[in-house]
Design a protein around this ligand. Structure first.
Ligand SMILES: [Zn+2]
Ligand SMILES: [Zn+2]
Length: 238
């Protein structure tokens, strides 16, 4: 979570506060269904989310952001400018993709997901964001059912971007890959795999898929069941 900032003289609008504020405004516009957003709702949400201390602080942020062209002011109403909307769309996209990744791939619960997604949204680069989106199959909505804004990857390039991380079973013979994570259905299986040296960070080569799925890890050749190869996620390295 962002740190609270003191309001009043010398109040500085950090990049983080700007991002949080744009996100709040996006959410208010989304739930308002095209209705104008009044200043008081923005005040309430910003203080409730805890990234600004009080109404005076929100007022200062609003004035600063309006001066910089991120938002538009119209009497008691606030809206995103075109530039602010672009930034907000990217923030919301990163956050909702992060939530989807954390809940679907890592099976995190709602609270862990919220905290981790909060951090993710600030660190995902545009390239990684599109890779995550492709990896997840360009999901239309987050686990809360809110729409995920589309990215470039969701349009024409969708099928040409190689997923960042993929199940080992989808490799082609000859592919070299590094194990990124393993999500076994039972933990005994994880232990057996680790005694065979199949752990995150291990480099493998896929030898063949038929009649048996055979990989080489270091000097060892291993035949794996296909359902196990489906639970081991890898990143292609050549
Ligand atoms: Zn969500
Ligand atoms: Zn996409």
């Amino acid at each position: 979570m962002p740190h609270k900032k003191e309001a009043g003289a010398g109040f500085t609008v950090t990049g983080e506060i700007r991002d949080e504020f744009l996100e709040s405004l996006w959410l208010l516009e989304e739930t308002g269904n095209g209705k104008k957003t009044d200043k008081q709702s923005v005040f309430t949400l910003a203080v409730q989310e805890g990234y600004i201390e009080d109404n005076a602080g929100v007022e200062a942020v609003i004035n600063d952001m309006a001066a910089k062209g991120d938002i538009l002011l119209d009497d008691d109403y606030v809206s995103l400018s075109e530039r602010g909307r672009d930034t907000a769309r990217n923030i919301i996209r990163r956050k909702r993709l992060a939530e989807t990744l954390l809940s679907e791939v890592f099976a995190l619960g709602p609270m862990e997901m919220k905290n981790a997604a909060c951090r993710f949204e600030h660190i995902l680069s545009p390239e990684v964001t599109d890779s995550v989106c492709s990896f997840l199959g360009h999901p239309p909505s987050c686990p809360h059912g809110k729409p995920i804004p589309r990215g470039n990857c969701c349009k024409k390039l969708a099928h040409h971007i190689r997923p960042l991380v993929m199940p080992m079973k989808d490799l082609e013979p000859g592919n070299r890959a590094r194990i990124t994570f393993i999500s076994p259905r039972d933990h005994g299986r994880m232990d057996r795999l680790s005694t065979l040296g199949i752990v995150p960070g291990t480099d493998i080569v896929l030898h063949q898929k038929k009649p048996a799925f055979v990989i080489r890890a270091g000097e060892t050749e291993l035949a794996l069941d296909l359902d196990i190869a489906a639970e081991i996620y890898v990143k292609i390295i050549s």
